[in-house]
Design a protein around this ligand. Structure first.
Ligand code: PLP
Length: 456
């Protein structure tokens, strides 16, 4: 047992944290969705020179909660529609509280057999839910950005080794040149990761897209075994899905590698409602997805799935004399980093609680919310710029100036929060329905806000 005074200190800090969290939760609906200017000015109080003397941890904690209570962005409320941020399930928060208290390091099985086991279970449950090929392996990373990095690194290893080149020994210099094929509406994190892997933007061949942001299949260049093709399940603006069946057939025939960015959209595989969108997804080689978006786990939960485990591990592995590879799962073999929190704990808890049916109901509900908004906004007079495939809606007024004015009015009031984008030449407001908490009442309030802003 810990020393009594240490134990008492830990317990009293956790108690204080609990009270502070409860008071936040009790007030979430009254808080502005985004902090106002006065509240944000409080952040300046944090800019102090680093002090010398230690401070009582309960004082530190109360300073943190006092400032945080007024300045946080209320993602976990029910009227935040910005980006594709999602909320957080209560079971996710609770499991993460325990996980943080346990302080597990998920790098090696020997560091935490529990963390290793839970990742393995999440892997098999998700491979089953998504109906991915049986040999698919999963790595848990910070988010889809890093998951995509892992997928492309595995692709690079796989294609080059088939071309007789050892990337790990000889690097990219003088290697056979690979071609990266992606749509003009690919998420910005993809070219970022492509460049980080040393390819450079001149290796990227951009394919034009249709009005929904889907790659035009007849504009895809002739593919070969030097190609990494990156597709999208869920465009961040329109929520559209590439034509996986057609493109994967082309790519598979050419022996190219296909990676699918399914940050929020891969979860549509949980519901039969979306079979038309997801058809052919399983024909790819690797997939990335986020727990912290559609599934509503706490942040810092992205996953890479890869059906060529050897290529994934070869691309990401590390050796060291003190690293004893266990017989079971050493999670660091599937991720770029070594020490990391045990993301599998809160992910497992969310999956365990929801079950397949709970996830299906969640994604269906997000879709219904988006349809509800589309219909309501259309009757107010907004132009709806996308077919509502999944959970994203983009709208505009008759001019960019008016749309900007409306967005400003919405953001100022703090009842809802939405972001914006340029979509096919127009400034649009983006609405993402991705919190488990958003209900009909929230959507009705949101529509009233849009109406007020539209007529202001
Ligand atoms: C959010 C998102 C990403 C980036 O994911 P992170 O978890 O923020 O790293 C990539 N692609 C798409 C389609 C996204 O929606």
């Amino acid at each position: 047992m810990k020393q009594k005074d240490q134990l008492d200190l830990t317990k009293s800090l956790l108690e204080q944290a609990k009270n502070s969290a409860f008071s936040y939760l009790e007030n979430t609906n009254d808080l502005p969705v985004f902090p106002g200017t006065d509240a944000l000015a409080l952040l300046d109080d944090l800019s102090k020179p680093f002090h010398t003397e230690s401070i009582d941890p309960s004082v530190t904690l109360s300073e943190l909660s006092q400032i945080g209570d007024k300045t946080i962005v209320n993602h976990s409320g029910s009227r935040y529609f910005g980006f594709v941020n999602g909320g957080v399930l209560p079971i996710g928060i609770a499991a993460r509280w325990i996980a943080d208290t346990w302080d597990q390091n998920a790098a090696l099985e020997v560091m935490s057999p529990l963390a290793a086991k839970l990742e393995e279970v999440c892997e098999s449950w998700l491979v089953d839910l998504f109906n991915l090929p049986g040999k698919t392996k999963m790595g848990l990373v910070g988010g889809t950005s890093v998951a995509t990095l892992c997928g492309i690194a595995a692709a690079r290893h796989y294609l080059l080794s088939k071309l007789g080149w050892d990337i790990n020994a000889d690097g990219l210099m003088n290697a056979p040149r690979l071609r990266i094929i992606m749509g003009d509406q690919t998420h910005g994190t993809v070219p970022k990761m492509v460049k980080l892997l040393g390819f450079g933007s001149n290796s990227i061949e951009i394919v034009p897209s249709d009005k929904q942001g889907r790659m035009l299949v007849n504009k895809i260049p002739t593919l070969d075994d030097h190609c990494i093709v990156i597709l999208q399940a869920g465009n961040v603006c329109t929520g559209s899905y590439d034509d996986f069946s057609s493109i994967c057939e082309l790519a598979n025939n050419a022996q190219a590698w296909i990676h699918i960015d399914g940050a929020f959209g891969l979860w549509a595989l949980a519901s039969e409602k979306f079979t038309n969108l997801t058809k052919g997804i399983q024909l790819a080689d690797s997939w990335s997805a986020d727990g912290h978006k559609t599934l509503n786990t706490p942040y810092d939960c992205g996953a890479i799935f890869c059906k060529h485990p050897t290529s994934l591990v070869e691309a990401l592995h590390q050796q060291g004399s003190y690293i004893s590879a266990g017989d079971n799962r050493d999670s660091m073999s599937f991720t770029p980093d070594m020490s990391r929190r045990a993301r599998g704990i809160d992910l497992w808890a969310c999956l365990h609680h929801l079950g397949k049916k709970g996830i299906q109901q969640l994604v269906d509900r997000l879709h219904f919310g988006a349809i509800f908004m589309k219909e309501g906004l259309s009757s107010i007079g907004f132009h709806i710029e996308n077919d509502v495939h999944f959970n994203q809606v983009i709208v505009r007024a008759e001019s960019d100036a008016k749309t900007k004015h409306i967005l400003h009015e919405l953001q100022k009031n703090g009842v809802v929060w939405c972001g914006s984008a340029m979509w096919k030449g127009h400034f649009v407001i983006r609405i993402s329905i991705c919190s488990w908490q958003t209900n009909d009442n929230d959507l009705t309030i949101a529509l009233k806000e849009f109406e007020r802003a539209f007529n202001s």
